[in-house]
Unconditional design. Sequence first.
Length: 150
Amino acid sequence: MKEMKKSGYETLIETMVEDPRLKRMDQFIQHGNVTTLDHVKSVARMSLAVNERLGLNGDPRVLVRGGLLHDYYLYDWHHYDGGRFHGFTHPAAALKQAEQDFDLSDREKNVIRSHMWPLTLLHVPDCREAWIVSLSDKLVSLHETLRRRR
Ligand SMILES: [Fe+2]
Ligand SMILES: [Fe+2]
């Protein structure tokens, strides 16, 4: 039963990334040679794994949707402001884009808006899904950054 559930959310990831709106994230580089689309897929998967391994009882659907949309800002951040303020500014940009294109729950909005906390001091994760995605984003970003320095 547990296994079936897991593959069900994996299927949700695969279905969602076929959406042409979401697919636009494959045009932008996140870290090194990792596209933003690859990055958000890894974060969605990591969020499901963290949730399950630590028994955190997060809603897997919110983890997948929030995880896939957390960096939905759709521009090349390396050229935007020289990337200097990207860490501070992109959660709001991602939320604005995601709200335009998708019907989001309050928890999904919080996942996106707070994922850079504590950098964005005033936007604190206020549900367990937001904490899980925020942690998973940091783990995946660390891995993507260190892997290319090997
Ligand atoms: Fe981000
Ligand atoms: Fe991210």
